[in-house]
Design a protein around this ligand. Structure first.
Ligand code: DQA
Length: 157
C-alpha cells in the first residue's frame, strides 16, 4: 500500500508564489501533513517535486519499478499502487508526462490547487484528465487531503 505524490514545476514555491491564487501553505507543510494523514490511513507515502519534465517522467517510470535505475542491475523499487499528481503547467503542455502515466498503468488522481477553469483559457485543457481516475481543482491545498483520503479509501492501494 504505497501512494506517490508528485508536484511539478513551481510547486516548490507553494506558499510564496501568487498567494492570492495558491494560498500561504508551503509544499513542506503540505507534504508533512500528507505523510501524517497517510500513516493514519495505513498507507505509505512517497513524495517528489521537480521543475523538470524529464525528472518527472523518470520518477513515474521508477514508480513501476522501471526507469533509468532499473536498466542496471539495481533492485527495482517496489511498485506504487496509486499516483497523485499536481503537474503544474505541465498539465497543459506535456504529452511526455501523459505517456509515462499511461505506460506504467498506475491509476492516478490529477490535482490542482486553483480552479483552473476560472482562470486563463489555456488552463482549461489538460493532457491528463481524460485518463485520470479523478480530477480535483479549486479546493486549495485541502485538495491534497481529499486526494489522499480518496486514494487510500477508494483506489485499490
Ligand atoms: C496548478 C494550475 C496550473 O495551471 C499552474 O500552471 C500551476 C499550478 C494548480 O495547482 O492550481 O503551476 O496546477
Amino acid at each position: 500500500r504505497r501512494i506517490l505524490l508528485i508536484n511539478g514545476p513551481n510547486l516548490n514555491l507553494l506558499g510564496k508564489r501568487e498567494p492570492h491564487i495558491y494560498g500561504s501553505t508551503t509544499l513542506a507543510d503540505v507534504e508533512a501533513s500528507a505523510r501524517t494523514q497517510a500513516s493514519s490511513l495505513g498507507v505509505e507515502l512517497e513524495t517528489f517535486q521537480s521543475n523538470h519534465e524529464g525528472a518527472i517522467v523518470d520518477r513515474i517510470q521508477e514508480a513501476a519499478g522501471w526507469g533509468p535505475n532499473c536498466l542496471h542491475d539495481r533492485a527495482p523499487k517496489e511498485r506504487v499502487s496509486a499516483i497523485i499528481i499536481n503537474p503544474g503547467a505541465l498539465t497543459h503542455t506535456s504529452v511526455a508526462v501523459r505517456d509515462a502515466l499511461l505506460a506504467v498503468d498506475i491509476p492516478f488522481v490529477e490535482l490542482h490547487v486553483s480552479n483552473v477553469h476560472a482562470r486563463e483559457p489555456f488552463r482549461k485543457h489538460s493532457h491528463l484528465s481524460d485518463r485520470a481516475v479523478a480530477v480535483i481543482c479549486g479546493m486549495g491545498v485541502y485538495g491534497y487531503t481529499a486526494a489522499i483520503e480518496f486514494a487510500a479509501r477508494h483506489m485499490k492501494v
